[in-house]
Structures are given as structure tokens and as C-alpha cells.
Design a protein around this ligand. Structure first.
Ligand code: ADP
Ligand code: MG
Length: 729
């Protein structure tokens, strides 16, 4: 009914803010209260258990079953005291969401009663009935099993009445079926490789930790408007909708004041974050209307990723208390900014040194240059892989659109670092290394710390930018599991650092000093990796042409971007770092292609349904009104007057009739294209067919219907319009 849109709009605009429930305690008093953190461990575990457990966590040692019983007992006691009744293994299957299966703590006690039970066995390992999770053929439902296994490095936490235990998800043969397993492996690979390189500079480094600070962008939409849009409800994206006359031209939303309703939501969200130990730090409006961002203080990479996964689900829950829906889709609205999830990445030593931070003396700066150059080199060699790691059907609508980084990976370093690298590249060893009693380095880089304070020329168009003491990977989409880009980056850098050590050792074995060897290898890397460095406007068309000339990966088709995972150099890189083997890579690609197919399939179905059952009937009704009108004009006026007075209507009817015809034809053609694609059995081929033959119709049909939206009577248009969806009162 035509009233549905107005009903929803009216309800949405009369909505009052739901006031947040803010505890009357300071954040420091309740931070982490729903986490089995060190404070809780200390209280609920014996001294001995506490010591062994924290030692195992800090040193990546395995934990035996017997010992796990003690931990489980303490965890259960802590949880029961907090009114928890259930527990679940919480894991991250390959479909970009988290999964859990709740079991009650209770067991029969043999006397007809029940007791609260939670053993080490249940803590350590479970076999969820997970046959419906994507496995890319690694686990056929009838023959093989999937296991979840406790990840002690990420603490258990409580959501509602359930104790959630972060776990990895693997096939019975040991292959990874999730994001967490290879992420942990990549963190370990990077630790090993970076510690080796650190030995050139420090004696006391024995551990290197990877840090991740994500920034989560999202949209909020009023619940009733959301429900009145089947496309939002089913795909999280508006498949239709003409741009509103005002959107983000005035930039008045960005850093503007946050609407009260939203602010109340944010307050509740932050309280929940703090209780769960998520160190939320900044919140603000983003560039588009109704778009916001939350960023925490950075943390160890695996924990940070768990926190991001947790945040996304907490966000959805809290939003509903406030009569909102959160949209984590990368491009919910055409014509305005999409949402990303910037991943700020750095590596640091057990001695407190950020390896991507310039030091105070020349040796430290050589270390700094070493890690920066190796990172750039890794990004250069694996630029196609990094792009594949964030490629998805949904992120494709954002990448390459005019606000987002393009679908080409390049790095921005800023003038200072560029000058230093150019200087090194063009210097001879004699220029920079002066031999006195001890070989000392004169890299001309002594002033980096001072210079960097000035490094404010941040290039927002670069997908991978150096920002003073970290790299910011900006291409990941808002719904991405950070594990995917992070494990690709960690592994590529780990592999690169291994290569670096080999090259340095070769030169040293040939009689060169350590400094000379490092200098020579870096110099060759600086030369080789030059094509990845780009400080200009990454959104310009010239860059696309230039990137192609430089040999960077410019593939735009998501199904083809995934091929980067199976290139021989990628397979070797992942094998040598022990992060993923070929079988796992192949299986994971199957999953990626399959997910791509399904996403496009759903969009195509929803759009077909919207077109034929929601839009066309209403448009035809309007067309009849116009036809009726001209018939009556004809009856009322003489021919000459009629011709003149009905001119507009007749031309409108013609346009509308033509568009109805175009939409119907294209919907039919889209259905045909889908049927043809569905007959293909190979996932890769099928995904390519969906990309090449189905996606174009989605855009074309939308274009026609958006034109119709501007012609048809506003009173009867069946869907909430952009201006109604996007401007929160
Ligand atoms: P901007 O929007 O300008 O990029 P924000 O303040 O929103 O900056 O986000 C910066 C992010 O970078 C935060 O998530 C922060 O925790 C993270 N960050 C800061 N320093 C580091 C670091 N050394 N390693 C990793 N992440 C970092
Ligand atoms: Mg940022």
C-alpha cells in the first residue's frame, strides 16, 4: 500500500531518543568486567595455574588437558557468579561473521538432579555441528569433521548469559576453516622473521608483536525505514533510490555535532565495549549523512581482530535497543561515501620499540628504514594479493568509486621518507658510509624524528599510507574480517624479511660488513619497489593509466582478483611462512567465489522482485491516472486545445511506458543470465559469469527505476526515499 512509506517516515521522524543507560562508575572501574582477563584469572585461579597459564599465553606454549581442567574450573566459577548459564565456542568461519553454539553448563548428576559442569575438555575442544559452514570442499559433511579449539591468547568474555570462548575452527586434518587460524600463524611467522632482522640492530629483542588499530565506519538507519525497504533488509544495500537533492555536498555532517538519538546509541555502545574490554577511543560523524565511525586504541593484532568482530555484533544488538539498524555494507547508498575499515598496522619489540618509528640516532634510523623498505617491498611484490584479501562483492561497490581508494594498491610515504629513500638510492656506499675506527653510518637520515613531526601531508587517497609510525591500509571494507588483510600483510612482510636476511647474509659471507651489506640490499629494494610508491591523487584517471604502465595489478573483476591467491609466488610465500598450504588456499578460494556468487544472486533476486512486484505495479497505476487524465482532456477540449494541454502528460506517458518496458525486458534478461550462470558447475567460472553477465543488469535496472522515481507521483512511491533514509532528525 502506498501508505507504508509515509507511515514509516512519519514514525521515524517522530521517534524520540532512547536515553542511554550509563553506569554511575568511572570507566576505569568497569573496564573489562565481562572479560576473563588477568585480574579475573588472578582471583579465580590458583597461583600456580595463573603463572603457568600466563606464561603459556605470553610465550605461545601449548596447554595440556589436565591443566585446562584447572582453568575451566576457575572460568566456570567466575562466570556462574556473574549469572551466566551457558557457554559457547566463538569462532570466525569464512563467511564474514562470527558463529556460536550455546550449551548450558548443566549436566545430569546421576541422581535425577543437575549440576553445573564445565570441564577442561569442553573448554579446549569441541565439535560443532558445523557442516553448513563454508569449507571449500575441505570437509565433506559425511566423512570429515570440523573442530573448534580454544585460543588462550584471546580472553573469554560474557555476552548476556553466555560465556564466549574464542576458538580457532579447523578440519580434522588440521586445515584452517576460519580467519583466526592463519592470522595467528601469520603473526607467529612475522614474529620469527622480524626477530631475526632485529638481531642486526639489538641484542635483547626476542619477540616482535603485530599491532592493529582498526577504524570502523558504519551507517545508521531508522528501524521502520529499514523494514520498509526489502533491499536494505535482505542485502544491506539500497538497490534502488535516486540521489537526494542534498547529500554530502556541504560537508556539514563530517565532524558536525552528533544527533541526540545517535549519541545515546553511541554512549550505550561504548559502555558495552568497555565492559567487554574493547578500548573504544574516538567516535565521530563521517563524511556521508548518517555515517559514523568508532575507533579503539590499537592492540595486539589477534585480540584487536576479535574485538572488531565482537564490536560488529554488539553494535547490531545495541542499535536495535535504540530503534536503529546498523549497516556494515561497504556501499549502502549510491552517490555518497561508502564505509571502510582502515587497518592501522605496526610491529613492536618486547623492549618497547615500534619498528616503524624513527629512532634517535643513526643506527636506529637504519633499523627504521630497514623495516619501512621491507614493508614497501612486500606490498609491491604482493600488491595483487593484498587487493584480493579485501576484495568482495560488496567492497567492489566502494573501491574505485570516487571517494574510496581505487582498486589498485600503492603506497604513500610522504615527502620526508621519499627524500630519504631517493637519497639512499642515489648515493654510493662511500657517500653514506664513512670508515673511521668503527664503521659508522652517515645516512643523512639523522633528522627523521624532527622532520616527521611535520609529516602532516597525509594523502587520503592512498590505499596504503605511511602515517608517521605505522601503515594505514585503507582499502578494507567495513564488513571485512580484518584477519583477511592482516594475515596477507603479515605473511608477505614475514617472507620479505626472510628474503632480506638471506640477501644480507650472502653479502656478508662474501666479506662485506654488516652495515654495507644492509645498505646494499636496501638500496636494491628501494630501486626495485619504486613502482608501488605513489604520492599523487589516487582517485584520478591518470593514475589508473600510470599504474598499468608500472605493472601494478589493475584487475577490476572480483572473481579474477581472487586468482592472486593461487599464483605460484603467493603459494610459495604462504608455504614458506607456514601460514596456508596450497590445499587450504584452493579451498578458501572456492569459498570466496561461492560467497561472491551468492551475494550477487541475492541482489539480483531482490531487485527482480522489487522491480516487478513493487515498482512496476505502482508505475502502471500512475500511468493509468495520466491516461485517464488525457482522455478526459480530450473529451473536454477541442482538438487544438487538447493537443496543447496534454503535451506534457503525453510525453511523460511515453517516457514512463518506455521505462516500464526497459525494466521488464532487463529483469527478464537478468533472470536468463542467472539461469545460464547457474548451469556452470566450476565456482570460479560461475563467479566470473555472475560478474560479467548479471552485475551489469543490476546497475542498468537501477538506473531506469531511479529515473522513474523522479517522474512518478511522490504520494504513491512505495519505498522510503534517500532524503528520508539519510537525514536523521
Ligand atoms: P584517522 O581517522 O586520522 O586515520 P584515527 O584517530 O581515527 O585517525 O585512527 C587512528 C587509528 O590508528 C586508531 O585506531 C589507533 O588506535 C591506531 N594506531 C595508532 N597508533 C598505532 C600503532 N602504532 N599501530 C597500530 N595502530 C595504531
Ligand atoms: Mg584512518
Amino acid at each position: 500500500m502506498s501508505t507504508s512509506r509515509f507511515y514509516a517516515v512519519e514514525k521515524a521522524s517522530n521517534r524520540k531518543a532512547v536515553f542511554a543507560e550509563i553506569p554511575d562508575r568511572k570507566v576505569s572501574e568497569y573496564f573489562g568486567e565481562n572479560v576473563f582477563n588477568r585480574k579475573a584469572m588472578q582471583k579465580y585461579l590458583s597461583k600456580e595455574t595463573y603463572r603457568t597459564l600466563t606464561h603459556a599465553i605470553d610465550n605461545g606454549k601449548s596447554i595440556d588437558r589436565e591443566f585446562a581442567n584447572h582453568v575451566a574450573a576457575g572460568m566456570r566459577m567466575w562466570a556462574l557468579e556473574k549469572g551466566v548459564t551457558h557457554y559457547t565456542h566463538w569462532f570466525q568461519p569464512l563467511n564474514d561473521s562470527t558463529a556460536e553454539k550455546h550449551d548450558a553448563f548443566v549436566e545430569l548428576n546421576g541422581d535425577g538432579g543437575m549440576i553445573e559442569e564445565f570441564s577442561g575438555k569442553l573448554l579446549v575442544q569441541q565439535e560443532p555441528d558445523a557442516s553448513s559452514f563454508p569449507s571449500g570442499g575441505l570437509r565433506n559433511t559425511f566423512e570429515a569433521r570440523g573442530y573448534t579449539a580454544w585460543d588462550p591468547s584471546s580472553p573469554a568474555f560474557i555476552v548476556d548469559d553466555t560465556l564466549c570462548i574464542p576458538t580457532v575452527f579447523i578440519a580434522y586434518t588440521g586445515e584452517a576453516l576460519d580467519f583466526k587460524t592463519p592470522l595467528i600463524r601469520s603473526i607467529e611467522a612475522l614474529n620469527k622473521a622480524a626477530v631475526d632482522v632485529c638481531q642486526y640492530f639489538y641484542d635483547d629483542v626476542n619477540k616482535v608483536t603485530t599491532f592493529l588499530g582498526w577504524e570502523q565506519e558504519y551507517f545508521l538507519v531508522d528501524e521502520d525505514l529499514y523494514s520498509a525497504r526489502p533491499d536494505l533488509s535482505l542485502t544491506e544495500r539500497t538497490l534502488l533510490g535516486h540521489e537526494s537533492a542534498k547529500n554530502q555536498q556541504l560537508d556539514d555532517h563530517y565532524f558536525g555535532s552528533i544527533p541526540t538519538r545517535v549519541q545515546e546509541f553511541m554512549k550505550d555502545l561504548e559502555v558495552e565495549c568497555y565492559k567487554l574490554g574493547i578500548p573504544a577511543k574516538t567516535r565521530h560523524n563521517e563524511a556521508a549523512p548518517n555515517q559514523f565511525e568508532l575507533a579503539p586504541i590499537y592492540e595486539e593484532c589477534n585480540l584487536a581482530n576479535d574485538h572488531n568482530q565482537l564490536l560488529m555484533s554488539v553494535m547490531k544488538r545495541i542499535a536495535r535497543h535504540h530503534n536503529f539498524r546498523v549497516l556494515l555494507h561497504e556501499k549502502p547508498f549510491n552517490g555518497i561515501n561508502g564505509s571502510g575499515k582502515h587497518c592501522n598496522w605496526s610491529i613492536g619489540t618486547n623492549t618497547g620499540i615500534n619498528l616503524l618509528s624513527p629512532g634517535k640516532n643513526r643506527e636506529e634510523n637504519l633499523r627504521f628504514i630497514t623495516f619501512v623498505v621491507n614493508t614497501i617491498m612486500a606490498v609491491y611484490k604482493h600488491n595483487a594479493l593484498l587487493k584480493a584479501s579485501i576484495a568482495s562483492a560488496t567492497n567492489a561497490y566502494r573501491l574505485g568509486a570516487n571517494e574510496a581508494p581505487p582498486a589498485i594498491i600503492s603506497t604513500f610515504l610522504g615527502t620526508q621518507i621519499n627524500e630519504i629513500l631517493d637519497h639512499l638510492e642515489n648515493s654510493s656506499i662511500e657517500d653514506v658510509i664513512e670508515v673511521d675506527e668503527k664503521i659508522r653510518l652517515h645516512l643523512g637520515v639523522g633528522q627523521i624524528p624532527e622532520l616527521l613531526l611535520d609529516n602532516t601531508d597525509r594523502n587520503r587517497t592512498s590505499p596504503f599510507a605511511f602515517t608517521g609510525n605505522r601503515f594505514e591500509f585503507r582499502a578494507p571494507g567495513s564488513s571485512t574480517n580484518c584477519g583477511s588483510p592482516m594475515l596477507a600483510l603479515n605473511s608477505a612482510v614475514a617472507y620479505q624479511l626472510q628474503e632480506f636476511c638471506k640477501a644480507v647474509e650472502t653479502l656478508r659471507n662474501a666479506g662485506k660488513s654488516k652495515e654495507v651489506a644492509i645498505f646494499e640490499v636496501l638500496k636494491s629494494y628501494i630501486k626495485e619497489s619504486k613502482p608501488i610508491r605513489f604520492d599523487g591523487n589516487g582517485y584520478s584517471d591518470e593514475w589508473k593509466a600510470e599504474a598499468k604502465r608500472r605493472g601494478l595489478d589493475c584487475e577490476n573483476s572480483v572473481p579474477l582478483q581472487y586468482d592472486a591467491y593461487l599464483k605460484p609466488e603467493t603459494v610459495k610465500m604462504f608455504a614458506d611462512t607456514h601460514v596456508l598450504n596450497q590445499k587450504e588456499l584452493e579451498a578458501r578460494n572456492e569459498v570466496k567465489w561461492e560467497v561472491y556468487i551468492k551475494k550477487v544472486q541475492i541482489e539480483a533476486r531482490v531487485l527482480g522482485d522489487l522491480s516487478l512486484n513493487h515498482i512496476i505495479p505502482v508505475v502502471i497505476r500512475y500511468q493509468s491516472v495520466l491516461l485517464d487524465n488525457i482522455t478526459k482532456l480530450k473529451e473536454t477540449f477541442n482538438e487544438e486545445e487538447y493537443q496543447e494541454l496534454s503535451l506534457e502528460q503525453r510525453s511523460l506517458i511515453r517516457k514512463i511506458a518506455r521505462l516500464i518496458c526497459d525494466v521488464s525486458k532487463k529483469v527478464d534478461a537478468m533472470i536468463e543470465a542467472r539461469k545460464r550462470a547457474n548451469r556452470i558447475t566450476d565456482y570460479r567460472e560461475k563467479a566470473i559469469a555472475y560478474h560479467d553477465t548479471v552485475v551489469p543488469y543490476i546497475e542498468e535496472i537501477r538506473g531506469h527505476i531511479d529515473d522513474l522515481e523522479l517522474m512518478v507521483d511522490n504520494q504513491i512511491w512505495p519505498l522510503p526515499k534517500y532524503r528520508e533514509l539519510l537525514f536523521m532528525r
